[in-house]
Ligand binder design. Sequence first.
Ligand SMILES: [Zn+2]
Ligand SMILES: [Zn+2]
Length: 178
Amino acid sequence: MKRWRFEFHASYEEPQYVDAETEEQAWAVFRKNWDGYIESAKAAERDNIDEIPRIDDKTKIREVGLEALKWSPRPTCCDQINKIERFRDGPIISLNVSRYNETTGDYFSLIDPHWVIRKTGDEISFCPFCGTKLPEVERMEEPPQPLWDGDDDYCGTCDERNMCCECNPPWAAYRIKK
Ligand SMILES: [Zn+2]
Ligand SMILES: [Zn+2]
């Protein structure tokens, strides 16, 4: 399954996301959802119906990264290691494969993959909860697309600034070695 992002010409409107195999299917789902949304706004007699943007030829679509790959790959030694930190959005430990820009928190330039405690950036090789050695990873031959590929400013895949890039992150190209 792929994930698609729709952007209205009216920039105040939040982008919409649809999961579908092809761009054509994504458009079909998006149109149906949006028609339904406008219908229910009419039924509720909302007073801003005219302000809800309509789908037109300025509505943009692009493929983005899957939410499920945001923190991939994941070790499976115990439950705790995959617990999501409540205030930090993401697991305590993750695979790092890129250098960070300290100021923006963006990733740039690839480095050798290693497991880190996200909060401190400290490299670790054993699970701090159950003591199991953390798994080795390997790069996939065909990583999930679209995949971030850029420098410290821009992603070359989507041409957005890194902070706005919604491609799969560089660590999504790695899997646990069997
Ligand atoms: Zn563990
Ligand atoms: Zn991108």
